[in-house]
Design a binder for this molecule. Sequence first.
Ligand code: NAD
Length: 423
Amino acid sequence: MATFSPHNELNVYQAAEARFEIAAKMLGLEDGLYRYMRYPNKEITVYIPVMLDSGRLEVFTGYRVHHSIVRGPCKGGIRFAPDVTLDEVRALASEMTWKCAVVNIPFGGAKGGVICDPSKLSAGELERITRRYTAELSEWFGPERDVPAPDLGTNEQTMAWVMDTYSMHQRRTITAVVTGKPVEMGGSRGRREATGRGLLLVCDRALPRLGLSRDRARVVIQGFGNVGSVAASLMHQAGYCIVGVADIHGGLYNEKGFDVPKLENWVRQQGRPLPEFPGGGARMSAQEVLFQPCEIVLPAAIENQITRENARRLQARILCEGANGPTTAYADEELDRKGVFVIPDILANAGGVTVSYFEWVQDRQGLFWRESEVIQRLHDVMEQSFDEVVRYAETHSVSNRIAAYMLAIDRVAFVLKLRGIYA
Ligand code: NAD
């Protein structure tokens, strides 16, 4: 088995492997199955020629990695960012396999990315990149093959272009090829809020285990984008006190709690920098806010925020991971030692992929659900998954994170054994 080196603490692929290794060992996973699940099913690199608005021909590099199709078609976002690497896409694809298995939806994991900077490209250039990327991968995409979704740098509009391009190749409209689409063209009600709502649901479930209640739980949220701002609004409405917030411009801490609707208006509607919010609070860096007094800390921005160096400074009793990979594998040990109740990313932020699954189901049946029905179903999935992970952790005396991986790996291995190895 591969070893995890401290020099690679911030490498997301190494971190994903480290957790997989521990869980596989704890499960006593046989060597052949270990190798099967450790490596992706397929990795595709595409070179995307695009005519820029200036008339210059540019070639962008894109990836799509299928990690697993054992439990169903593979599912995962497409990321447009300048620092996309194959290693990163590979790591995120495997995390999607485990995430889908933790919430027990019938998908495997995939991920895609294009090396580009969306902030420097026009809408027309982004559309041409998306369409050519989709055309190059059209034989690998499909409702029964691989179902992409938005991720960093992509959005509902990108998914509309993917859906249209794929449909043009198939000579018919196939909405179920992507999720995270606009509601008007086959998207699901409740999808936009799903990840934030899932975070609220798992926090609600964790509180009584620690003798806490909503009105006695102070929450710090790092990241005020789609995930962080929705989590802040829903938690505020539910009676939690949001005492710390941060975005890329910096953080604010206010022990009396923020007026979240006003903050939301300032940042999201007016597009103003979060630290300049006139509603009070001490200014600090976006990372520092994580270490302020609170009961729940909810990183919902980027990876590698809680590390071996700083984990001992956390004051929260619950760490609920909204972002993917906000905690390094080396920080896990310190968090266990401190007795922090960790709700790991592959469970905590799985609300998004769960409602993506609902979107895929609705597209395929051609019948769309009320928002209340989507919320109720999400509620059921998140609560059941939370209970299963925590029970598994208690039964096997492991952390919640390792329990989530063990449960997921075990579910994939079980189906793999039933299916057998082809040829
Ligand atoms: P987003 O782009 O909408 O928002 C990101 C937020 O993080 C913004 O407020 C930005 O200002 C802030 N941010 C960026 N860099 C920062 C930094 N260095 N320090 C502090 N804040 C910083 O993205 P999102 O969709 O909210 O996703 C956030 C995280 O959640 C990502 O890790 C993503 O992979 C993960 N996630 C998202 C979903 C989803 O449904 N959107 C689902 C699962 C996981």
